[in-house]
Design a protein around this ligand. Structure first.
Ligand code: F6R
Length: 598
């Protein structure tokens, strides 16, 4: 989704800005632009092109202050004119903006009525004219921006450049992240730390509602300076051809990080200090509700199953996007868990805000430290998956499920989960990294299966109970990166309708855990086979010889953890189908890494 970079300092701004945009490319975008000030004049280059092409267009334009943007169209088509930065009529002010101005029609109409000619179809352009108008009656740029934003409804992360004040930038945040990178006599601005870590690890996150002036040597914000433990290498491909593959391969290490220091063998439980809940608080929890979007929601479904199984308290998962709009009943005995890799997903953030407004007890399960959801929740579990660049979430999903296994263990152990059962789970969790590594080793085998079925137009993903969220996540991964239509179904529901679709052209991926439902899952495979449907079984059981057309075997562990291991081959399958079809794996069409708009 949209990306922002800003720079004010002593070096040429262009390379810093364009390199920053390049780091944000993974978020998805359709156009790019940059604005610089040189000798008191504003120079803007923008077009519906990739950052690489923008670089050629901009060349060696001089200037030590500038702003840049990658746009993901919301208001107005993908055109050169609609790309950011946007300027006022006189060409003095330039603005880059993430988020959506909700009353932009009204603002644009008012501006037009007062004689302003708007050249683009965007909501952002209105902001540049409003700031220009406010500047006439305000001393400083910050005051002008503050005055202009008073009439603006919606979300924004904003950076403003004034050609007459080339030593400063004004930043503003409301719902869309802005982070400052503190250098030596220079300042970096971005919507995501990925664009900064090449230059500095010292960062300051702007608070919601905050507006600040940033100069090369000083800035004033309410947030404290923090050090981020991220390096530029975390955002580099290294030996890999794409980030999805790299991030899948990182899963054993990512899980080790998630578990580090959190398992207690002596008391057969987990320590999750970030929850800020003591055993008494944990005992008071009567229900757990997981909220997230897309893959995070499916991870939540696995979390809900784990909580019910291990703690025997009711739990469920709901898409945060539905929850926020349906005037939910918020109950003070429920523990709400907001799940998000990016911590920026607007629907999830809005669900958290709705919960807080109603006095709900909400914790985060977030990967990006300092992100909006993490900050809004204030307590929770960090996922420690490391930066996830590929649009398709893999290691963050796995770390979500591992974190929920620990949460369920903790909730279980303050209730009736026995020490013996807890102990088995602690050992089982510790075994996960090596088991995941062994699944990843079967890459050639999965690639061969993928190439056999890659030409299918549609695929079913079938699972029941523990296997059901796994099937949903498998279908999600396949459709998002390969564009093959995939639908997940509960095994027993097949016979109530979808079985009519089964034929030789409709492969089904069936998730078969070695649990008490094994015989039923074998029956499901037989039903599909009887109708001529090809079956790919993903299992940790020993299935009868010849039952399925292809079998992907995963190691056994404690049955409650089966969903974690059974998902890994589905990521690999989706990856190899997408690769066989020649898709742009890290940047699937129409999708963005973090969805900061409605
Ligand atoms: C799937 C995927 C999306 C995200 C969803 C939530 O691979 O990437 O479905 O999971 O947009 O994103 P976060 O976790 O950042 O809130």
């Amino acid at each position: 989704m949209c990306g922002i970079v800003g720079y004010v300092g002593h070096r040429d701004a262009v390379p810093v800005l364009l390199e920053g945009l390049h780091r944000l490319e993974y978020r998805g975008y359709d156009s790019a632009g940059v604005a610089l000030v040189h000798r008191g004049r504003l120079k803007v280059h923008k077009a519906a092109v990739r950052v690489r092409e923008l670089r050629e267009q901009v060349g060696k334009a001089p200037g030590v202050v500038g702003i840049a943007h990658t746009r993901w169209a919301t208001h107005g088509e993908v055109t050169d004119v609609n790309a950011h930065p946007h300027t006022d009529t006189s060409g003095r002010f330039a603005v880059v903006h993430n988020g959506i101005v909700e009353n932009s029609d009204e603002l644009r109409a008012k501006l037009q009525a007062s004689g302003v000619t708007l050249v683009s179809e965007t909501d952002t352009e209105a902001l540049s004219h409003l700031i220009a108008a406010a500047a006439e009656s305000h001393e400083t740029l910050e005051e002008a921006v503050r005055a202009a934003l008073r009439g603006v409804e919606g979300t924004y992360g904003l950076v403003v450049l004034d050609a007459r004040r080339p030593t400063e930038l004004v930043v503003a945040r409301n719902g869309s992240p802005i982070v400052l990178g503190v250098g030596e006599g220079e300042m970096f601005i971005a919507s995501d730390v990925a664009a900064l870590v090449r230059h500095t690890q010292r960062v300051v996150y702007l608070e919601d509602g905050e507006i600040a002036t940033v100069r090369a040597g000083d800035f004033q914000t309410t947030g404290r300076e923090e050090t981020v433990e991220l390096a530029d290498e975390d955002y580099q491909l290294g030996e890999f051809t794409d980030f999805m593959r790299k991030e899948m391969a990182e899963q054993p290490e990512a899980v080790r990080r998630a578990l580090r220091g959190r398992l207690d063998s002596r008391f057969a439980t987990a320590h999750l200090g970030g929850l800020r809940l003591d055993p008494r608080d944990l005992r008071d929890v009567r229900r757990v509700k997981f909220l997230g979007c897309g893959t995070a929601y499916y991870a939540g479904q696995i979390g809900a199953n784990l909580v019910e199984e291990l703690a025997r308290i009711p739990a469920d998962a709901e898409p945060a996007s539905e929850f926020r709009y349906r005037n939910p009943v918020v109950d003070s005995d429920t523990l709400y868990v907001a799940i998000s890799q990016s911590g920026e997903t607007l629907d999830t953030l809005a669900a958290v805000q709705e919960l807080k407004r109603k006095g709900g007890n909400v914790i985060g399960a977030v990967n990006v430290v300092g992100s909006a959801v993490a900050r809004e929740c204030g307590s929770g579990v960090f996922l420690h998956a490391g930066p996830e660049v590929s649009v398709a979430s893999t290691k963050a999903f796995t770390n979500m499920t591992v974190s929920f296994a620990m949460l369920a263990l903790l909730l279980g152990r303050v209730r009736d989960l026995s020490a013996a059962h807890g102990s088995r789970l602690v050992t089982a969790l510790q075994a996960l990294p090596d088991q995941i590594a062994s699944i990843l080793e079967a890459d050639d085998e999965v690639a061969a299966i993928a190439s056999k079925y890659a030409q299918a137009q549609h695929m079913f993903f079938i699972g029941r109970v523990r296997g059901w969220p796994v099937a949903r996540e498998g279908a999600q991964k396949l459709k998002e990166i390969s564009y093959v239509h995939a639908e997940a179904y509960q095994a027993a529901e097949l016979k109530h309708g979808p079985l009519a679709l089964i034929d030789a052209q409709m492969p089904s991926v069936v998730v078969v855990p070695q649990d008490e439902l094994l015989a039923k899952n074998i029956g499901t495979i037989e039903q599909i086979k009887a109708r001529g449907g090809p079956v790919i079984a993903v299992t940790n059981a020993s299935l009868p010889e010849g039952l399925a057309d292809a079998v992907i075997q995963v190691p056994r562990n404690e049955p409650e953890l089966d969903p974690i291991l059974l998902t890994i081959p589905l990521q690999m399958l989706a990856y190899h189908v997408a690769a066989a079809l020649g898709r742009d794996i890290d940047k699937p069409r129409n999708l963005a890494k973090s969805v900061t708009v409605e």
